[in-house]
Design a binder for this molecule. Structure first.
Ligand code: MF3
Ligand code: CO
Ligand code: CO
Length: 267
């Protein structure tokens, strides 16, 4: 499958889908408190998506090759869970970090975004991991402009993560997105400057670094989905869906509740 360059009409529909995905995160934020379960957060998001927004939660029954259908509508990844955590009976407690990953389908198009939340008062290390991962995502996004290469995005993320004493998960990456949830190209969160595919206006893909406090290795649990760090260290993730424009980038998964782009010194 080739890389899809989106038309102006498709881009407009991706803006709508992207905003809706981000608005689910805005909606759920006040509910993220000690004692709520991840299953309850899923129920709330599912009802909001279906009844208020009129969107389809893309994860529900999603079954890429080699996977069983994902059983819930959102992903909830706590502490040492890297990604694809299945909502369930787990109760949040003060000190946890939680990534919520939302993908909606609106009018045939996907919007995909995630944020990592702190419950109560996590450790200094946990907070630094969450902040650094947010900055990693932005280092990657800000490398997006026509003429730059995919390797520039990966390099920007990797060099910042590793200089901070953290590591980049290799097995999962960002992805092209549109009518299809996961399409080409793959957006690696590590790499060498000037390598890989050159960026062109009209490409849409996600940037979603998974950063570990310890070693980069991961393991998949027997449920077929949940990914955890091999060394049980904490892992954080942030994700935006981004359009390559004539002059740089446009974040499509933007909403009122988004934290603004941080000021980052040049690397
Ligand atoms: N939203 C995830 C991503 O960023 C994919 C989740 S697939 C699911 O690519 F089935 F686990 F929901
Ligand atoms: Co994604
Ligand atoms: Co996602």
């Amino acid at each position: 499958m080739p890389i899809v360059i989106k038309t102006p009409d498709e881009i407009e529909r991706m803006r709508v889908a992207g905003k809706l995905a981000a608005q689910v995160l805005d909606f759920i934020t006040p509910h993220i408190q000690p004692d709520i379960t991840t299953g309850e957060l899923d129920d709330l998001c599912h009802a909001y998506m279906r009844d208020v927004q009129g969107v389809i939660p893309a994860p529900l029954n999603y079954a890429p090759p080699g996977y069983r259908p994902f059983p819930r509508s959102i992903c909830t990844s706590v502490n040492n869970v890297v990604c694809h955590g299945i909502p369930g009976e787990r109760k949040l407690k003060s000190g946890d970090i939680l990534n919520i990953d939302i993908t909606v389908i609106k009018d045939g198009f996907h919007g995909d975004t995630s944020r990592t939340f702190c419950i109560g008062e996590p450790s200094i290390l946990a907070k630094r991991l969450v902040e650094t991962t947010f900055e990693c995502m932005w280092h990657g996004i800000r490398a997006i402009k026509p003429g730059n290469h995919l390797g520039d995005i990966g390099h920007a993320i990797q060099s910042y993560a590793e200089a901070s004493g953290f590591s980049v998960v290799r097995e999962f990456c960002g992805h092209g997105i549109g009518r299809v949830f996961h399409e080409e190209p793959q957006i690696l969160h590590y790499g060498r400057p000037g390598t890989g595919l050159p960026l062109e206006p009209g490409m849409i893909f996600t940037v979603e670094p998974m950063i570990n406090a310890g070693r980069p290795g991961i393991r998949q649990l027997a449920d077929g989905w949940t990914v955890v760090t091999k060394d049980r260290s904490l892992s954080a993730q942030w994700e935006h869906t981004v359009l390559v424009t004539e002059t740089g980038f446009e974040v499509l998964t933007w909403s009122e509740g988004c934290r603004p782009m941080p000021f980052l010194p040049q690397p």
